[in-house]
Design a protein around this ligand. Sequence first.
Ligand SMILES: NC(=O)c1ccc[n+]([C@@H]2O[C@H](COP(=O)([O-])OP(=O)(O)OC[C@H]3O[C@@H](n4cnc5c(N)ncnc54)[C@H](OP(=O)(O)O)[C@@H]3O)[C@@H](O)[C@H]2O)c1
Length: 290
Amino acid sequence: MKALIVGASGFVGGELMKVFGDDAVGTYCRTPAPGLIHLDITDEAQVRDVVDRIKPSLIIHPAAQPNVDRCETEADESYRVNVVGTRNVAAAAARTGARFVYFSTDYLFDGTAGPYAPDAAPCPIQVYGEHKLAAEHAVRETLEDHLIVRVCGVYGYHPGGKNFIMGIIAKGGRGEPMNVPVDQWGTPVLAENLAAAVKELALSDYRGVAHPVGPDYMLRIDFARVAAEMLGFAPDFLRPLTTPELRQPAKRPLRGGVDNRSTQAMLHTRLLGVSEGLERVRWQMAAHSR
Ligand SMILES: NC(=O)c1ccc[n+]([C@@H]2O[C@H](COP(=O)([O-])OP(=O)(O)OC[C@H]3O[C@@H](n4cnc5c(N)ncnc54)[C@H](OP(=O)(O)O)[C@@H]3O)[C@@H](O)[C@H]2O)c1
């Protein structure tokens, strides 16, 4: 088995590279890293060339423009990367007979009734969600052997990275104020646990939608407070604000998140709750500072 991980220079892609090890070849677009090959997914011919050269039996595609507010203000770019780019990679998988794994999001939903089951009807309320939904449709139309993994609130110890936990570590460490919404629910997942679960699903013959996220359904502010406490920061740097007070360009689903129960039932990998996940982050943070 050879896997091609498109977007290996990203947060999730980097964790996938670790779990696949020598069985994977990874790509970057604007952020070069040792061992990764260049690929811009918006260039159909380049996608075809790379896939023909690597000949993967499995293509995993976490590459995206995942910045929700940027997608709102730069909708053409979002469409090119999130929809056209995904279609290009799915088409290359279809042409070569590779199995295809697409990373999607709980932002497909309007946030009135989360956490959402895999068969819930999508109803996006911002450009990012509309484009991720259009990409899901493109995947389904392009090839049968596909897996769509919808995730939410990926966190992990990732020095130099920009995920929520790294924000807490940076701002908590400096005592710098950090705005956190008090009204957004989600189902956080530890990145390395997500990667292990996705590997297991990718190597199975399951086709369709899966939700490999953690079992805890919680408010972002509660997650932030638990994380601050577990990582040793006094929580007074956290500034609780409502979503309207945050004045972000894109709307947010409030009761978002995805329900992991049917996915957990398929897996040997145990999807970790936040206390176990954050314990792992604490351990990695301590090991890094030694
Ligand atoms: N992180 C979360 O909490 C979360 C939540 C829900 C869903 N998701 C989904 O999970 C996936 C992974 O997210 P992430 O947090 O790992 O994002 P990320 O860290 O921003 O990584 C995005 C990746 O996409 C690549 N990329 C961007 N434009 C590209 C292009 N034109 N051609 C080829 N590659 C391109 C980037 O490469 P360069 O950096 O080299 O340019 C990078 O490797 C995304 O599909 C996202 O929508 C994430």
